[in-house]
Design a protein around this ligand. Structure first.
Ligand SMILES: *[C@@H]1O[C@H](CO)[C@@H](O)[C@H](O)[C@H]1NC(C)=O
Ligand SMILES: *[C@@H]1O[C@H](CO)[C@@H](O)[C@H](O)[C@H]1NC(C)=O
Ligand SMILES: *[C@@H]1O[C@H](CO)[C@@H](O)[C@H](O)[C@H]1NC(C)=O
Ligand SMILES: *[C@@H]1O[C@H](CO)[C@@H](O)[C@H](O)[C@H]1NC(C)=O
Length: 309
């Protein structure tokens, strides 16, 4: 009997030997590059630099490197510390674009831990410091008045104290506000200006999973804002972005669905016939150079039972 069958063919790429569906493939590039060049390379040849969002992905990344012909087990991954990007109360603060009265050489991102800022009472200049240091607090109310609090505490406590009083920790947006703030200071005090280090991956994902080597990140030399991974251990190290290393890139799975209409004398509802059909189609696609895809067949029986060519 002739049958017209609508056939939905779903091609999904990047299928490996894993039981769970793989959403991306990692690729090791055995070519020494700076982090920025590595990013460009990954984006040109794959999708982006490798992102690792959890332990399973870290394992997948490590496994994909097994057997790769490399002499060096250190490679860039997509995580970096965007040191130009801060947060100033309700605004994103970009270094060099927004007003900042930084002291010479500041912010220096010392020891990878200076992500809070304070203002120097005698100069009105800013510097980055550790958030856990005790400092004086100034709050700002809705009218824009700075209110000096004669009490020392950590940055997070200061933030809470001001909030609990329906005010905000002092922020400064221009030179006149800076002058106004300095006028109420009796000592160095916290500024709202703050940043979250290692917060984003090259592909734009937010970072929450880290596998630092003990003692890392240490921002050695105050210039380590990129990360390399050792694939033998899976541990992260912060490193100078200008250093030359191999890189791990990634490619995301893509799924495409095609609608085919076929006529056949064979009974296409027969699972064995379907299996053979997929096999033949895969072979044909492979001949055309389409490999690494998995075919899924979804059949819908046609209404029209008349023979067609
Ligand atoms: C941030 O807060 C200030 C002071 O309350 C206000 O003037 C400004 O419009 C706010 N900016 C944004 C982007 O919400
Ligand atoms: C504040 O500025 C004064 C004058 O330049 C300087 O002596 C002092 O060390 C600064 N304070 C801090 C914490 O850097
Ligand atoms: C809390 O608010 C009151 C009333 O506006 C003010 O007098 C006081 O200085 C404020 N304290 C802080 C810590 O902002
Ligand atoms: C930072 O960590 C690396 C690797 O663990 C180490 O070689 C280096 O000496 C450390 N630097 C500092 C300043 O602690």
């Amino acid at each position: 009997m002739w049958k017209n069958i609508l056939l939905f063919l779903s091609l999904s790429g990047l299928v490996g030997h894993h039981a769970s569906p793989i959403t991306k493939l990692y690729h090791f590039v055995d070519q020494k590059m700076t982090w920025t060049d590595a990013q460009r390379h990954c984006r040109e040849h794959f999708d982006d630099m490798a992102t690792v969002v959890n332990r399973e992905e870290l394992k997948q990344l490590q496994e994909s490197m097994i057997g790769s012909d490399n002499d060096d087990d250190s490679m860039w991954i997509g995580l970096y510390d965007d040191i130009t990007r801060w947060s100033n109360y309700n605004q994103t603060y970009i270094m060099g674009q927004h007003y900042g009265n930084w002291a010479p050489g500041e912010p220096n991102l010392g020891a990878a831990e200076e992500i809070c800022t304070k203002i120097n009472q005698s100069t009105g200049q800013w510097m980055d410091v550790q958030c856990s240091n005790p400092n004086q607090v100034v709050c700002i109310n809705d009218e824009g008045d700075y209110i000096y609090v004669p009490d020392q505490m950590t940055w997070h406590k200061a933030l809470e104290l001001c909030k609990s009083n329906n005010t905000q920790l002092a922020s400064v947006r221009d030179a006149s506000e800076n002058t106004k703030l300095v006028a109420v200071l009796e000592s160095d005090a916290w500024l709202w200006l703050h940043r979250r280090p290692w917060s984003r991956w090259s592909d734009g994902r937010g970072a929450s999973y880290f596998n630092w080597k003990t003692g890392e990140p240490n921002n050695s030399g105050n210039n380590e804002h990129c990360i390399f991974l050792r694939f033998n251990t899976g541990l992260y190290y912060d490193y100078n972005c200008g250093s030359l290393l191999n890189v791990a890139c990634q490619q995301r799975a893509k799924t495409s669905t095609f609608k085919l209409k076929i006529s056949s004398e064979a009974n296409l509802m027969d699972p064995e016939v379907q299996r053979q059909f997929v096999e033949q189609l895969s072979a044909k696609l492979a001949k055309e150079g389409v490999t690494g895809v998995k075919l899924h067949l979804v059949l819908k029986e046609g209404q029209d039972q008349r023979p067609q060519k």
